[in-house]
Design a protein around this ligand. Structure first.
Ligand code: DUC
Ligand code: ZN
Ligand code: ZN
Length: 473
């Protein structure tokens, strides 16, 4: 069995910072300790470097069809980009198009398995709810999927009514599923979109103006209240508003088992971005809000209101009429230009899976807003716990998968599209000066990223079947 001994590194966990050697045997972490000497092991010197569990991104959309196009990273390219950014597990979403729910899961497995380059798991969207769907829910567990995603927006497409969400929450709690929820007000959005299109407004800023922050605020409290009444755990995805986080805190203070995720885009950008001439680059749902919202999100990461930082990675080309070069091939995928005359036709979504850890390290840890231990909690350990992967993932203990990042805290670089490996033609953080970056990334004991070298391959990623009744934190 291959042995790799990483010497003199500093292991970071959510609670501790420990200078130690770390031994990998095969796919697992075998031992931590001082002055380890192991015959036959390959030795890597990690003096001055941090060792962190590989990132777990609980929220990505790969190969997602939207508005006559498809998100531009698939289960290979998105996984590869994730790995370069220090993430070794991602979770994306199965659509419930076929009335046979398990069929949807196996169809996405068929697509993803041959491409997967890191380990991965799925959530399943529940966008229709009736007796037949209710009856099928328990059997979803057989596929290793333990998380159901619902929406309070996207009327006539994805949205469930409150009573349906309440019923689903009760079934989910009984069988040990975690329900995930996109919180906006679908009715108000539809009325506003109709009004502004009639008034002839077509620019990207109207995307934000037709999805008011109040919709997220009330939908967070409404869904937390549904969870309280159903006595069911709930995870609110991509939290973007100060008011929503206040409502999350209100519910958590009262013992409601509700948890919250935010994403880097909501910590740095505001609606002003949508007024730029290239504002379409920032179109996603829910939208960016204000500086005060950015600040409340940072506060939510230090006052124990938010539990995770995911990405909602769902990239589109900014100009899909021009090819980019990817692994030596010309690639062109229709993108944001589809909505140049109508903001409602701009594909919603942003690149981010590669950016999450490097950006959060520089802006969070280096700038003193969060500790390295909180960084590990939000990007790896907490998502692993909430989604039933801990301690296999998100943990550097003997017996855990040897998914780890050797992180160079001194590495300085100018970030952007050329560095990020996401298969799109732009990066939200273009030109940002970063300090701290992954040096080597291991997936189950195999070094898959070494500096700017890709050592991974298609099909090496494994599907992670999860167990019900994961932690509520
Ligand atoms: N929001 C986006 O912007 N894109 C994909 C899905 C989502 O919730
Ligand atoms: Zn969403
Ligand atoms: Zn999403």
């Amino acid at each position: 069995m291959k042995k790799t001994l990483i010497k003199n590194g500093t292991v970071i966990t959510p609670t501790d910072t420990i200078k130690t050697d770390l031994l990998i045997e095969g796919e697992k972490i075998a031992q931590l300790g001082s002055n380890l000497e192991i015959d036959g092991a390959e030795v890597i010197d990690a003096s001055g470097k941090y060792l962190m569990p590989g990132g777990v991104d609980p929220h990505v959309h790969l190969d997602l069809a939207m508005f006559d196009t498809v998100s531009s990273d698939d289960h290979y390219t998105g996984h590869k980009a994730a790995a370069f950014g220090g993430t070794t597990t991602v979770m994306d979403f199965v659509e419930d198009k076929d009335p046979d729910l398990l069929k949807n899961i196996s169809a996405l497995r068929d697509k993803a398995d041959p491409k997967a380059a890191i380990d991965y798991s799925f959530h399943i969207n529940i966008t229709k709810f009736n007796d037949d769907v209710a009856a099928q829910i328990p059997a979803i567990l057989e596929s290793g999927v333990t998380t159901l995603k619902v929406f309070t927006a996207y009327n006539n497409r994805l949205r469930l009514q409150d009573g349906q969400i309440f019923q689903l929450l009760k079934i989910a709690a009984k069988y040990g599923f975690l329900t995930m929820l996109h919180a906006e007000n679908g009715d108000v959005i539809d009325v506003l979109v109709d009004e502004v299109l009639k008034a002839g407004h077509t620019e990207p800023i109207w995307h934000a103006r037709t999805r008011p922050a109040w919709g997220a605020v009330e939908a967070v409290l409404r869904s937390a209240a549904l969870a309280a009444q159903a006595d069911a755990p709930l995870y609110i995805v991509h939290m973007n508003t100060a008011g929503g986080i206040d409502q999350l805190a209100y519910a958590r203070d009262r013992g409601v088992p509700v948890m919250g995720e935010t994403c880097p885009q909501y910590m740095f950008f505001t609606e002003n971005e949508l007024e730029r001439s290239d504002g379409a680059k920032w179109i996603c749902s829910p939208p960016m809000r204000t500086k005060a919202d950015n600040d409340r999100i940072w506060q939510g990461l230090t006052d124990d209101t938010l539990q995770t930082v995911g990405t909602d990675h769902c990239p589109f080309f900014y100009d899909g009429t021009k090819a980019i070069s990817y692994e030596g091939k010309e690639i062109m995928i229709p993108g944001k230009e589809l909505g140049k005359d109508d903001f409602t036709k701009i594909p919603n979504g942003l690149p981010g899976v590669a950016d999450r850890m490097p950006i959060l390290w520089t802006e969070g840890v280096v700038k003193g807003r969060i500790t390295p231990n909180q960084f590990v909690a939000y990007t790896s350990a907490n998502p692993a716990r909430i989604f039933g992967l801990y301690p296999q993932k998100g943990c550097l203990e003997p017996g855990s998968d040897a998914d780890l990042v050797i992180w160079d805290p001194d590495k300085k670089l100018v970030y952007g599209v050329d560095v990020a490996y996401q298969r799109t033609d732009y990066n939200l953080y273009e030109g940002w000066e970063l300090q701290g970056y992954p040096e080597k990334v291991f997936l189950r004991g195999k070094c898959i990223v070494n500096g700017d070298q890709w050592l991974g391959k298609r099909g090496q990623g494994q599907f992670l079947a999860r167990k019900p009744f994961a932690e509520v934190i």
